[in-house]
Write a protein that binds this ligand. Structure first.
Ligand code: ZN
Length: 239
């Protein structure tokens, strides 16, 4: 038996949503299908707009190398915004495992909503199990799901944490994103090598200092714990 819920990509407020259909008795394996309404994509219109955009900036599209650029640009951005539905399958926590579950260094990429330039890096997503556990690959899929739209790093971090908390009902949920923003490195201050770190902690991972520092230490985010974890090489720029 599956449960399905719709997740509206424009709904930034309540990732649990009102759409969750609960059975009277929860099934042993719960499938929460996370889908977003596919926005209508008009590639031809996007291509025309890209051509106008580049021409307005004085780019000569006459040469062989650039003649197909507006079409490629349109397809590239369409791909970046293509939200793939997936099933967030959860299982009963039969062993009563109550320590931290953490998926570390999940690569992600998205574009900043302010400049439409890429930003990306790694995500660390963890939770303290309650009655149910989730397939580990689904933690990466959650990040990918929310990254497939113009984003801010802060919102992306919060959305992944909120969604995990709402779907899984764990005792705690934590998300850390470490990212480099092209709008900071290629333009503006050109602060090459600058990494932005954001975190969102919920439940026991927020309330309990010991759980919180364990989460940051296992995630390897030494800047937030003050000391590097054992066995993990320091990253470039770390003290
Ligand atoms: Zn930006």
């Amino acid at each position: 038996m599956t449960q399905e819920l719709m997740l509206d990509p424009t709904d930034q407020t309540d990732p649990a949503g009102p759409h969750l259909v609960r059975d009277t008795a929860p099934p042993p394996c719960r499938d929460l299908r996370i889908v977003s309404e596919k926005p209508r994509v008009d590639l031809a219109a996007a291509e025309r707009a890209a051509e106008d955009f580049l021409t307005a900036l004085g780019v000569d599209l006459g040469g062989d190398g650039l003649s197909q650029t507006p079409a490629r640009m349109a397809r590239a951005y369409a791909e970046l915004f293509d939200v793939r539905p997936f099933r967030l399958t959860t299982f009963p926590n039969e062993e009563g495992y109550d320590e931290l579950v953490l998926a570390r260094d999940i690569p992600f990429r998205t574009v900043c909503e302010h400049h439409l330039l890429p930003f990306g890096g790694v995500a660390h997503v963890g939770y303290l199990p309650g009655e149910r556990i989730v397939g580990l690959s689904k933690l990466a899929r959650l990040v990918e799901h929310f990254a497939a739209r113009p984003q801010t790093q802060e919102r992306l971090t919060q959305q992944v944490a909120d969604c995990l908390a709402a779907r899984l009902n764990p005792r705690g949920a934590g998300v850390v994103l470490e990212a480099e923003h092209a709008c900071m490195t290629l333009r503006g201050v050109r602060a090459v090598g600058t990494t932005t770190v954001t975190s969102a902690l919920l439940g026991a991972l927020r309330a309990d200092p010991r759980s919180r520092s364990e989460f940051f230490a296992l995630a390897g985010v030494t800047r937030l714990t003050g000391r590097p974890p054992a066995g993990r090489p320091r990253r470039k720029g770390e003290q």
